[in-house]
Design a protein around this ligand. Structure first.
Ligand code: AMP
Length: 116
């Protein structure tokens, strides 16, 4: 069984976060250390440590992460100008929190790299 991270506590509302969206599969909240004017994390409610650990059973939640990111990009007014969706995996990917998450970053021209 993988070890829980701070994201499980955010999902269960045990610690504060700026939660923008939650349903039975995913939760989205603002990154505590934003690297762009809009920087939101979209996470599955189920603990999956890395993208190496995803299973076919997770496909619904993973698809929901993208449709929620799309909705939030529209809500934040960055859909038309554009944005970037990023998932980091393990050490070389720069992953710090071992509960998979999709970074939604935008609100400015991002250049070649943002999160890492
Ligand atoms: P990664 O490097 O892809 O694992 O990204 C982890 C992200 O989680 C970083 O951008 C952190 O700023 C963010 N983060 C860590 N703790 C919190 C928290 N308590 N609330 C919101 N974002 C967090």
């Amino acid at each position: 069984m993988a070890e829980e991270t701070i994201f499980s506590k955010i999902i269960r509302k045990e610690i504060p976060a700026d939660v923008l969206y939650q349903d039975e599969l995913v939760t989205a909240f603002r990154d505590i250390n934003p690297r762009a004017p809009v920087h939101i994390l979209v996470v599955p409610n189920k603990l999956i440590p890395t993208t190496n650990d995803v299973d076919t059973d997770d496909e619904l939640a993973l698809g929901r992460m993208i449709t929620v990111a799309k909705k939030l990009a529209a809500d934040e007014g960055i859909a038309e100008d554009g944005y970037r969706l990023i998932m980091n995996c393990n050490q070389h990917g720069g992953q710090e929190v071992y509960h998979i998450h999709m970074h939604l970053v935008g609100g400015r021209a991002l250049g070649p790299m943002v999160v890492g």
